[in-house]
Design a binder for this molecule. Sequence first.
Ligand code: GLN
Length: 565
Amino acid sequence: MQGATASDPVGEMKYVVVTGGVLSGLGKGVTASSIGVLLKSAGLRVTAVKIDPYLNSDAGTMSPFEHGEVFVLDDGGEVDLDLGNYERFLDVCLTKENNITTGKVYDNVIQKERRGDYLGKTVQVIPHITNEIQEWIERVAHIPSDGNGKEPDACVIELGGTVGDIESAPFIEALRQFQFRVGEGNVCFVHVSLIPVMGPVGEQKTKPTQHTVKDLRGLGITPDMLVCRSKSPLVDETRQKVSAFCHVSPEAVVSAHDVSNIYQVPIMLDEQGVTKMLSERLDFKLPSNRPLLDEWSEMANHVDTLEDAEEVHIAVAGKYTDLSDSYLSVIKALQHASFKVNRKLVIDWIESSNLDDDAKKSEPEAHATAWKELKSADGVLVPGGFGIRGIEGKIKAAEYARMNGVPYLGVCLGLQVATIEFCRNVLGMEGANSTEFDENTEHPAIVFMPEISKTHMGGTMRLGTKPTPFLVDDCKMRRLYGGVSHVDERHRHRYEVNPELIESIEGNGLMYVGKDETGERCEIMELGEHPYYVGTQYHPEFKSRPNRPSPPFLGLLMAASGMEV
Ligand code: GLN
């Protein structure tokens, strides 16, 4: 076995496996990302893998209502939103391979079987599926992800779902075998559980945790660390009890109580000795100085101070507004930008169908409330989306922002509705629309892109990072991006601005200041005579970072806070 050397402080690849019990939605993703931050603070290059035990090949065909937002990667992977958490926390760019699903694993094994790779053998869950999973993890762990081209030293693996689910069983079994494959000292198991509080004195209850750990141990995995989600810090008695019943030392029972903001989570874990325990379990040196953690701490404290700052209200006119996970990256990008302008961000969610004229008759109260909120906002954002519901309301929101000098950012569909609105109300094209919503419109402002499949829905959109050169020297968006000649942002769409209309739209003042490399496909929209009226065909939210807000979002927050862009 190869150990640490001066040039390679870590030696073999280190793995941290994060599983969860009791409930979904415990914050396993944030725990896993925070552990990644702690490893990174110790000088390790860190990557991450998310395992989703569902049968879909990827998240691309799943409704945001059901599964939260579809996160898009550089390589066009449409993946679980937890990969977004990893990218933001670890400042890495992952690949579609970093999201393993049951669908992908079985697909690979079945293809191998058809090729004859297992000739003569009966192909079974154990060993064929479990081997495939382990090989996949090892392969992906070595893919460079931090932009320096160097292989990572450590990989955080998060298993979706809760231990005991039928569909995650092959993955648990694979991870059980994995500890022997990579060897003692190279893997650490962290289990995230819940400590509910009951009764008049608020007693912390340990039974659910006892049971989930029992399940996990019954499957052959003994956790090295238990991260216990709770409202308030674990009291000593709880810690001792969990330790006694779960076969984990008291120090390894970690309290993950509610904190003021998620950036405090790595700090909270570090203060309880988590990084030290990881370094002992995984056999790497813990440096005495960890500037990265100091930076985190500073950022987390800065975010806390914004609680008392002046508010900035952004109205988001969307259609999945009941479920904030549906727009997770948009929320994050708005937050990141608010940190930079030192304002307290307030998002006013507006169900866009309440803004349209039909709602005035059918739901007058909801219509009035929606308009009141829109009119009191400092800025308007129309995010990406699919399907006709709520479209007319989004068009109204774009019109209102354009006519009243209210800062507006349109993302993907948001650029398309602003274009439709401009065609209708400035160019006089009555009924102008996208062929996505009205196939026979007399004025197709937005049209289906020629290269897109009409028969297959999975992975067939225009996806992933594509370069967008700026065509105009002096414009707000270029300034916001720091004067660069082109931007590399991520896409996910099937429709585009009708190339035949560009000349007349631009002739009337709505400019497409960035187009794709052919110079034909509109990518960045900007209205000259307006404090901030912009749109992007790409999704800038996916590349926003807490300390590096996405430029179009920063522009929106600046303009909404009264700063000149
Ligand atoms: N539905 C539009 C399209 O496919 C917009 C997509 C989006 O907003 N991501 O082009």
